[in-house]
Unconditional design. Structure first.
Length: 293
């Protein structure tokens, strides 16, 4: 590795802003548990909270920022445009960004993602245009997508060029981040290649595969060799792959365990050997949907 990673490490986004390399996700964390566990994460040194309108807890998650006493600028907060409540599109996206700001009581969102490509071409394009305008008005700092396939990404890239032709240089917006299920059993090589060519940061959810692969011989051997848990090996693998892993737990001890990734390093051979040719999602997979969906 060219430089030693720490819990404070960040990646520079295409937007010019910086994204902390380890994120704390709040999917399926009960509303009542969210403030305390997010505050615990911030106390442990996390500076990146990944939420979404769909999770129905983003207000509680964001409340931990003020409760922690940290300056707002020290914490990177993500939300996502949901695919339910309102059809994906221009007007609904503007409303949902405003709703996210109201629920979180934040003056801006560091990152807003289109949660998935469902909505058809016009819905996706309208949502993107709305997010571009939200960046221009200061409501959102960086924008991106989640669960897009390469065909969805190509469509977006072409639309950004259309918007620039219509609105002038920079008027199409800047794709900064993409979020996918990523792990050794779901490498998504075509998506990874697409993003790396364009400098798009890749966030990885389900990076420990929900524990489904614990006990696999290679993973178990690496954990024993490095004196780490299998979850820590998978998270370290994700970091060394250049991804931004998102960890989730409601257990205080695991908040600390999942951040204890920076006192060891996998060799290049170990990183390569853990990767597989499998295509085995443990969650949903909208990347495979056709453009009309």
């Amino acid at each position: 590795m060219s430089q030693r990673l720490t819990l404070a490490s960040k990646v520079k986004l295409n937007s010019g802003h910086e994204l902390p390399l380890l994120g704390f996700g709040v999917y399926q964390i009960p509303k009542e548990a969210c403030p305390a566990i997010c505050q615990k994460a911030l106390e442990a040194g996390y500076r990146h909270i990944d939420s979404a309108s769909l999770y129905r807890n983003q207000g509680q998650a964001a409340s931990a920022i003020s409760a922690s006493g940290l300056p707002r600028g020290d914490v990177f907060f993500t939300s996502k445009v949901p695919f339910f409540k309102a059809p994906l599109g221009y007007a609904s996206t503007h409303k949902l960004v405003d709703a996210a700001l109201e629920q979180t009581q934040l003056t801006y969102l560091n990152l807003m993602l289109i949660h998935c490509p469902y909505g058809g071409p016009e819905g996706r394009k309208g949502a993107w245009r709305a997010l571009v305008e939200c960046v221009e008005t200061g409501k959102v700092r960086s924008i991106g997508v989640s669960n897009y396939g390469v065909h969805h990404l190509d469509e977006l890239e072409a639309y950004i060029k259309e918007l620039e032709a219509e609105r002038g240089p920079g008027g199409g917006g800047v794709l900064s981040v993409g979020q996918w299920e990523l792990h050794p059993w779901l490498m998504r090589s075509e998506i990874t290649e697409w993003c790396r060519k364009r400098g798009v940061a890749m966030e990885a959810y389900c990076s420990i595969v929900r524990g489904d692969r614990f006990g696999e011989p290679k993973l178990k051997a690496l954990a024993a060799k490095h004196g780490k848990t299998e979850a820590q090996i998978l998270l370290r693998w994700s970091l060394q792959m250049g991804f931004v892993p998102l960890v989730k737990t409601v257990t205080s001890s695991r908040v600390l365990e999942n951040a204890d990734l920076f006192d060891f390093e996998l060799t290049e051979e170990e990183v390569a050997d853990l990767a597989t040719d499998e295509y085995s999602p443990c969650s949903w997979d909208p990347t495979v949907e056709t453009l009309d969906k």
